[in-house]
Ligand binder design. Structure first.
Ligand SMILES: [Fe+2]
Ligand SMILES: [Fe+2]
Length: 250
């Protein structure tokens, strides 16, 4: 981590702005054919901080997290991440999180971390749908539990936002906070791709940008109703860089 922080300091002092490379949905597998090592080496030259927006592993297996941790040794800049739904699949999320934290990743789950005068605020988020069509807390206990989880994630985001002391803030999510960036996915699954409750929370604060993943077939750019820029950085979403990662200057 010392090397990573040193590299980041040099770049920030030269430029003033902080360059953030952001990518989601790496879905690292045990039998992965392609390693992420080259990608991490590349972003180390392009950016000051790397942000990973969840679905770091394919099935939430500790072995997958170990492979990712090994690949991250090629990354010379600080890494900020949130988990995604896939990282929960094997019921070993604590092991996955531990392995990544041991590898130096700033893994955010309702917390904030400050790097080079930028506050990074991260939660996974949850499903629930968008706008006036959001799922409401009505009927069976199972539905109410689902809505409660969505509300809880938004409240955790709010609590984390209150800890921010920086002028510039990047919100890091897995699920989408707006419907615009999930456009292109089948209409039937929109409610499972994110929740407007996240955007309602974001719009109560001043944020520089929001990044998320999860909607693999969505589009890159959107905006919250309050005007905060939102970027879907899922690996396969086409981005202005022409690369799997987005580059943001904050
Ligand atoms: Fe994914
Ligand atoms: Fe996902």
């Amino acid at each position: 981590m010392a090397e990573r922080n040193k590299a980041a300091t040099a770049k920030v002092e030269n430029g003033g702005t902080v360059r953030i490379a952001a990518v989601g949905d790496l879905h690292v597998r045990e039998d992965a054919q392609a390693s992420c090592r080259d990608l991490f080496g590349e972003v180390s030259h392009e950016a000051d901080v790397l942000v990973l927006t969840g679905d770091l592993t394919n099935l939430g297996k500790p072995r997958e997290a170990e492979i990712l941790a090994e690949d991250l040794r090629a990354c010379a800049i600080p890494v900020v991440a949130v988990l995604g739904n896939h990282d929960y699949e094997s019921g070993a999320v604590e092991d996955v999180a531990h392995i990544l934290r041991q590898a130096g990743v700033h893994l955010l789950d309702g917390q904030t971390t400050e790097i080079k005068d930028v506050g990074f605020v991260g939660v996974k988020g949850f499903i629930g749908g968008f706008g006036s069509r959001m799922l409401g807390s009505f009927g069976e206990p199972a539905i109410k539990a689902m809505v409660a989880e969505s509300v809880s994630e938004s409240m955790r985001l709010e609590n984390a936002m209150r800890q921010v002391r920086t002028e510039r803030t990047l919100v890091v999510l897995h699920y989408a906070p707006v419907v615009e960036t999930v456009a292109g996915e089948p209409l039937e699954i929109f409610p499972f791709l994110g929740s407007s409750r996240l955007a309602e929370t974001i719009d109560r604060f001043k944020v520089s940008a929001v990044v998320h993943g999860h909607a693999h077939r969505g589009v890159y750019e959107g905006r919250t109703p309050g005007g905060a820029p939102v970027y879907n950085v899922a690996m396969h979403v086409a981005k202005p860089t022409g690369r799997p990662y987005a580059l943001l200057e904050i």
